[in-house]
Design a protein around this ligand. Structure first.
Ligand SMILES: [Zn+2]
Length: 446
């Protein structure tokens, strides 16, 4: 099966999970996947607990084989920044060895490489050496909100020795990363309200402006050095282990090239002992994602706005707990809110961090999987894999561990220059082709 053709049709499905007007695109993506599974006589169906259904599929299961759960997500980030795209985000466009389009990397392209590998094996081989189950989620980009319910309800059917997740980053086409930890996340929106309606700014000087109150509150949430200024925020943080800091040294770019790749001029590192690459992996954050208040149109409107709001997300590291951080944040914000303002806080997204402890042979299947992955990565991509924690979050990975006690082997096929979640998202064609070859070898060697 032609990967480009498969991905072209897949990218054309406008499966933006956060956009209610694009329900059809979500349905199209599910149809595309189910059609793929059906073409290989793999049982597949849609299962819906929340807003967008999961596509669940499984090959014929035999008791003596190891069972692997393959995870990916068919939903994508919005592409509403259309003017900044050099080609239509929903038309796969090839340029300089890359495929451009929303989802080409995150995550349609990456899990398509796995699907194509399965296709190669099943269309040439009578029987797979492993039992496979597939979860293709439609709510990853909106926080995997109905996944806990899905996992709880499907417990028996989802039983597996381990999961394979292809939703993380590698260095480049020669240096593949096996991700050994993910940050968790807590997201919220804070609104401060002064008076019921906007006022003429002629009244100014005798009342607190909600924008002023909000930026004061925001600026109190970090220290000057850049640490998060919430009591006990760092209490549960597990410091990086020595071998992890050693692995990081394998990154050819610790600071300078990373700056170029990210398009920034200066890093701001709270603790100079750790490089940027370490800071983003081993420590938690509090980031402002968006801020709103007052008049946003062109020209000037002399008002004192009635309210102002900010969206915040915290990335968490092992062993912080999303629930605890939520409480600490709420407590601090409540304390910081001046008496002139009424405060509303809405929490939206939450997931715990995940730490993959290198398997020992008590989980025989996973132990073997890491060995096989290591040698197949070396032969397909060129170098020994690098074991690294990643700064991002995949809610499902911690849920799989917590709810079903399933560990995930995270093998990344995207890279930092894929522009995921940004305009002109793309993926290296060679990366996906090598990924396809790697997974073909990996599954067949079990
Ligand atoms: Zn994403």
């Amino acid at each position: 099966m032609d990967l480009k053709k498969f991905l072209t049709d897949y990218v054309a499905c406008k499966s933006v999970s956060s956009d209610l007007t694009l329900e059809n695109g979500m349905a199209d993506a599910r149809k595309h996947l189910i059609q793929f599974f059906k073409s290989l006589a793999i049982e597949a169906r849609e299962i819906k607990f929340g807003r967008h259904a999961v596509v669940f599929a499984k090959t014929e299961q035999t008791s003596h084989k190891p069972t692997i759960l393959v995870y990916g997500h068919y939903d994508v980030q919005p592409a509403d920044d259309g003017a900044l795209w050099e080609s239509d985000p929903f038309i796969l466009t090839e340029k300089d060895g890359r495929w451009y389009g929303r989802g080409t990397s995150d995550n349609k392209g990456c899990h398509s490489a796995v699907l194509m590998a399965i296709y190669d094996l099943m269309s040439t081989q009578q029987e797979l050496p492993v039992n496979l189950k597939f979860i293709l989620e439609g709510e990853e980009e909106i926080g995997s909100r109905s996944m806990p319910q899905f996992l709880l309800n499907m417990q028996d059917e989802l039983a597996a020795d381990f999961a394979i997740v292809v939703d993380t980053c590698s260095l480049d086409e020669e240096n593949i990363v096996i991700t050994t930890g993910l940050r968790g996340i807590v997201g919220c929106e804070i609104e401060l309200k002064g008076q019921d309606h906007d006022l003429h700014s002629g009244y100014g000087g005798c009342l607190l402006n909600p924008i002023q109150a909000l930026v004061d509150l925001c600026s109190a949430l970090h220290t000057r050095e850049g640490f998060v200024n919430i009591p006990n925020f760092y209490g549960a943080v597990v410091p990086p282990r020595d071998w992890e800091r050693e692995q990081i040294k394998r990154l050819p770019t610790l600071n300078d090239e990373l700056k170029t790749a990210l398009g920034i001029k200066y890093f701001k590192l709270p603790n100079g002992e750790f490089s940027a690459a370490e800071t983003m992996r081993f420590f938690p954050t509090l980031e402002f994602n968006g801020i709103r208040g007052g008049f946003q149109g062109t020209g000037i409107k002399t008002i004192i706005p009635s309210c102002a709001s900010v969206k915040i997300s915290c990335r968490l590291v092992p062993n912080q707990k999303a629930e605890e951080i939520k409480n600490l944040l709420a407590e601090t914000v409540t304390k910081l809110c001046p008496k002139e303002m009424s405060l509303a806080m809405k929490f939206e997204q939450a997931s715990d961090p995940y730490l993959f402890d290198m398997p020992n042979n008590t989980n025989e299947a996973l132990f073997r999987a890491v060995k096989i992955a290591e040698s197949d990565i070396r032969s397909t991509f060129g170098n020994h894999p690098i074991y690294l924690r990643e700064g991002g979050s995949i809610g499902l990975v911690s849920m799989l561990k917590e709810i079903l006690d399933i560990d995930s082997l995270l093998i990344g096929l995207s890279t930092a220059n894929d522009n995921i979640h940004a305009p002109n998202e793309s993926v290296g064609i060679a990366m996906l082709e090598k990924g396809r070859k790697f997974f073909r070898m990996f599954f067949s060697e079990f």
